[in-house]
Design a protein around this ligand. Structure first.
Ligand code: 4AD
Ligand code: MG
Length: 453
């Protein structure tokens, strides 16, 4: 049976018969034998394989170039070479697929831009392999965090008729032919439908029955943002808790972030080490900083005061009532507090209809978690649970109360205080790996003008 290189490299003992398969990273030939460095993606490390001339399959050795796929049997022996406990002594080799001279990853040191243009091959590089293994591990950690705390995993729809964020940045889903594109009532659902921007609204319905739920799935935004932190298709983790207020919501966000960072530090040590080496030398220190102490919490009003008194000249001037820009968020978390920072109670006018109106009538129970290097990583709120106030909010935000009657029902029948948030999964990965462009933490990124695969 085939062994994964990950297990071979951490083997406890020498073995007479092992079978591995993977892609050749490098080959060196000597008189009478060759060394192959083999990687199968199960871990960062390569297995060194010594192949003597004359063993079955050696006749193809000249085709076993960088990128070629091979299958090898042999024995595992202690390695005399430095930096590795084991190497393999091949008994037979089999070339599965050659990689001719135009294999784009012959040499190291390609730019991220070039690698993006070959997204189907970049998982074969050390850094992208590490990034996608970390991505997998973090997904698992998210389920663990919530499942261990009795949250129910709720599958909210991808196709929806509601615009959760009310920002009108939705991709339309239609089955109408091009020449009938505006005949909404003849469309598949008898009305306009879209790809969801958030699972929150349906998540609320589930929480108002199952108490604590979470969604984790793809979300879509047709915002024309050409930044390193926005993608048109990204994954979001959205817990929703019944009988929970804003402070409780922030507590869960903080605990979750600390859990996930710990999980990365402990579970993906080797993959993080390559991120640290090639992407961000301060990575470990930045991550340790998240788990050491509670997050800073500050109201929007106080945060704006700090920004006004900072003496910094921001590109976008800041005053009470404006939305915080990335430069403001980063000043707060990177320069002023130098740690993850939660800003809460934002002005009502700049936030969506579903947030609970505070007693001052001017602010709502919103919260954003800001982290150094990224800015906003989480956005959440305590929801408006008062039926009358929600209907007022609908009016204020120009929302069709009829279309959202089901959402208002949750306030009509057994309404409870409830709260939740959304964590941008790619932003979490950027934070954990130090990789500075969102296009490099998602295997096949979708951004304005780019849908190559
Ligand atoms: O702040 P947002 O828009 O909040 C919501 O969607 C709420 N309905 C969530 C909730 O309360 N259940 O988005 C949440 C997070 C942001 O903080 C950010 O990390 C990420 O989603 N995000 C994006 N990530 C990548 N590309 C984009 N275009 C993103 N837009 C938001
Ligand atoms: Mg937000």
């Amino acid at each position: 049976m085939r062994s994964l290189i990950k297990h071979v490299l951490t083997s406890k003992e020498a073995t007479d018969s092992i079978h591995v398969a993977g892609w050749v990273r490098t080959r060196r030939d000597s008189k009478g034998f060759s060394f192959l460095e083999l990687n199968d993606g199960s871990c960062l490390g390569n297995l060194q394989i010594v192949t003597d001339a004359g063993i079955p399959g050696y006749e193809d050795i000249q085709s076993m170039t960088t990128g070629a796929s091979v299958e090898i049997t042999g024995k595992l022996v202690p390695s005399p070479a430095k930096g590795q406990a084991w190497e393999m002594q091949a008994a037979s080799l089999k070339l599965l697929g050659a990689a001719p001279d135009d294999y784009p990853l012959q040499k190291k040191g390609h730019t991220p831009e070039f690698l993006r243009s070959i997204a189907h091959l970049r998982p074969r590089t050390n850094l992208f392999g590490a990034a996608f293994r970390i991505r997998s591990r973090m997904s698992y950690a998210i389920h663990r965090f919530f499942q261990e705390r009795d949250f129910v995993y709720a599958h909210t729809p991808v196709i929806t008729a509601s615009d959760c964020e009310g920002a009108g940045e939705m991709f339309r889903v239609t089955s109408l032919p091009d020449d009938k594109i505006s005949r909404d009532t003849e469309d598949f659902f008898g009305k306009r439908a879209f790809l969801t921007v958030s699972g929150q609204l349906e998540g609320e319905a589930m929480a108002c029955a199952l108490s604590n739920v979470y969604t984790f799935g793809p979300t879509f935004r047709a915002e024309n943002s050409h930044t390193s932190r926005h993608a048109a298709e990204f994954w979001m983790v959205e817990p929703e808790m019944a009988f929970c207020d804003l402070a409780g919501d922030i507590d869960v966000a903080e605990e979750m972030m600390q859990f996930l960072v710990k999980e990365a530090l402990e579970g993906q040590e080797e993959d993080l080490s390559i991120c640290e080496k090639f992407v961000d030398k301060t990575l470990r220190q930045r991550l340790e900083n998240v788990i050491e102490k509670p997050f800073q919490r500050i109201s929007y009003t106080d945060a704006v005061k700090l920004l006004e008194e900072s003496g910094k000249s921001f590109q976008y001037p800041v005053k009470w009532g404006v939305n915080l820009q990335s430069e403001h968020e980063r000043w707060l978390t990177e320069e002023y507090f130098k740690q993850p920072t939660v800003v809460y109670n934002y002005p009502k006018e700049i936030k969506p209809f579903y947030m609970r109106v505070n007693d001052d009538g001017k602010t709502v129970t919103a919260m954003d978690v800001l982290v150094p290097g990224i800015g906003e990583i989480i956005g959440g709120a305590q929801r408006e649970e008062r039926y009358d106030v929600l209907l007022e909010n609908f009016k204020h935000h120009g929302i069709d109360a009829e279309a959202y009657a089901w959402y208002a029902d949750l306030r009509k029948f057994g309404s409870v205080p409830h709260a939740g948030f959304g964590l941008g999964f790619e932003r979490l990965l950027m934070f954990v790996t130090g990789i500075s462009n969102i296009r490099d933490v998602i295997p096949f990124p979708r951004t304005p003008g780019h849908c190559e695969y």
